[in-house]
Design a protein around this ligand. Structure first.
Ligand code: CA
Length: 120
């Protein structure tokens, strides 16, 4: 009876030692870059375009890098980390969706100014 228990303990210790010897941890890190196609938009005037793009650039400068992280860990055995980095069109497209208030595909000077004055 005790010999079976000792063999089981010895086998478990051997497996743990083997796992540690093989360095124990499978690690995977990946960076995924994603960007969207730019939305088509027209501007009522050059002034509307200037106001809009100046506001978009300010938002890009103020924003923290747009990324998300997914991590999964099983201590000692597995580490899996995926970082997703979003491209510049994402900020532009979000701005277009917000600025074109009536969704007619054209940003007027008034819409651009309202977008520029809106909180970020
Ligand atoms: Ca519009």
């Amino acid at each position: 009876m005790t010999t079976l228990r000792h063999r089981t303990d010895a086998l478990a210790a051997l497996l743990l030692a083997a796992a540690a010897a093989v360095s124990g941890c499978i690690s995977h890190q990946e960076t995924v870059r994603r960007d969207e196609d730019p939305l088509e938009i027209e501007f009522e005037s050059q002034e509307a375009s200037r106001i809009f793009f100046r506001a978009v650039e300010q938002r890009r400068e103020d924003a923290t890098p747009t990324e998300s992280k997914t991590e999964f860990h099983v201590p000692v055995l597995l580490s899996h980390k995926v970082t997703t980095v979003y491209g510049p069109n994402r900020v532009r497209n979000q701005a277009v969706r917000r600025a074109d208030a009536n969704r007619n595909g054209t940003i007027t000077e008034k819409e651009a100014q309202i977008f520029a004055d809106s909180p970020r």
